[in-house]
Design a binder for this molecule. Sequence first.
Ligand code: FE
Length: 166
Amino acid sequence: MKQFILFMMLASTLGACAQSNKESSKKNAITENGSITPIQLSPEEWKAKLTSEEYYVLREQGTERAFTGKYWDNKEKGTYLCAACQLPLFQSKTKFKSGSGWPSFYEPINDTNVATEKDTSLGMVRTEVHCARCGGHLGHVFLDGPKPTGLRYCINSVSLSFEKEE
Ligand code: FE
């Protein structure tokens, strides 16, 4: 039992280290993007702004359960914005049915608003996707998407808000 507790303590410490390194490299990546003015808030400020579920997904790289989000099956025309800072991220015309249970897009709204970073958490090598302005975690991008890009941006509904086209 003692060994188990020790292991859990060590695991959580390692997890926390990985988290803080990731956070600092993400900040640098955002600062270097000259066309977007970054939004940088402290964890306390984000907690005051976001719901606990939004904080978990956007600021702690969490994932909502498949088929539970607001937008995986949304077929309305419009624009998907960052739930934290309202930066436009994806358009409904690039949304497709992936069967994954998460909103899926084959491309972002432009080259600057959506940024990516290598993610080696959970013993996998994936490409993490985040908002280029506030750094909020959106999801991951995979290479098994449809034409014309072959990309599948697998995004949490929690990270998005939706602006319906008039
Ligand atoms: Fe944002």
